[in-house]
Ligand binder design. Sequence first.
Ligand code: FAD
Length: 325
Amino acid sequence: MSQTYAVIAETRGGKLRQVTLEAIEAARRATQEENASIAAILIGHQVTELAEELAQYVDGPVHVVDRPELEVYHAEATFTATMNALTEINPNAVFLGHTAIGRDLAPMIAARLGAGQISDVTAIEHSGSDTIYIRPLYAGKAFERKRFVADGSAQIVTVRPNNFAVAEPLPSSSPITHSTPTTLSNLRSTVKEVVRKTSGKVDLTEAKIVVSGGRGVKSAEGFRPLERLAEVLNAAVGASRAACDAGYCDYAMQIGQTGKVVTPEIYIACGISGAIQHLAGMSQSRIIIAINKDPEAPIFKVADYGIVGDLFEVVPLLTEEFEKA
Ligand code: FAD
């Protein structure tokens, strides 16, 4: 029987998150079988248009669970609805983004299905008949190459945002099927309110460019030049923990071991020394640019380009130049 993979979609602000299309691409790369198909699961409320969009990227059906209780993420409700759809699909493997939601859902699904899980995958290779999942360890200082034991049980994979290409749409759209979860009425908690603390217009974990500020930014006001540069580059603004601890910005912006992990095309570190805990969240970025007035700052050891200077002079100059481009 041919293999079926399932991708669990994530939405934000009425849009499909980019990581969903990356997870589809990861599923395409993972499959070694020509006849394998990829189905999708979309959980939410009033998501008809998103289901149609998703149907352009998978060759298996899009299973939609559309209920008012699912308008915002609720671990129990979303899990119940997801399991409903997964029972219908009965997939060999399930792919999710390695996001806050993916990290919450994946272990629950793995436990319920008695499945193995490989998390935070950044690349997929094949070795003979094995699919090898590669994930970074110790802030990218080491890589782990893992494979599932072929015992017939389901496989759960979470993929780190910004590491796989966004899947290209297919020539024709897949059918959309609606599932009704058995029950969502006995939930043991309710979401009263979602207070979104965004780090700007661009989602930090999915941004192609991140401009980040550290203690060297010196104040909340000191972040303005960084925000201006980010606006010109269509970038997200991040921060070191020291900047968050000092109250210059919100913890939603923190990058590092105890913050978010980002892997943008370009990471611009302004007034950040480069502590190991900060590197844990950004060292996998493709190009790292550091602006620091201390030529001995450790950030220069990981930077591809370094500018030794005062960020309050350098950042406005860069902004001015990029504005001209
Ligand atoms: P500093 O180390 O104080 O560096 C400021 C830099 O700014 C200096 O290099 C200085 O030369 C430069 N500078 C000053 N003024 C200017 C100027 N005008 N122009 C240019 N450069 C200037 N940190 C994180 O970031 N993320 C985490 O998730 C995280 N988790 C942690 C978890 C644990 C368990 C622990 C113990 C620590 C954690 N930390 C984390 C903290 C980490 O150890 C560092 O303290 C922190 O990253 C330092 O932030 P910083 O580089 O902004 O500040």
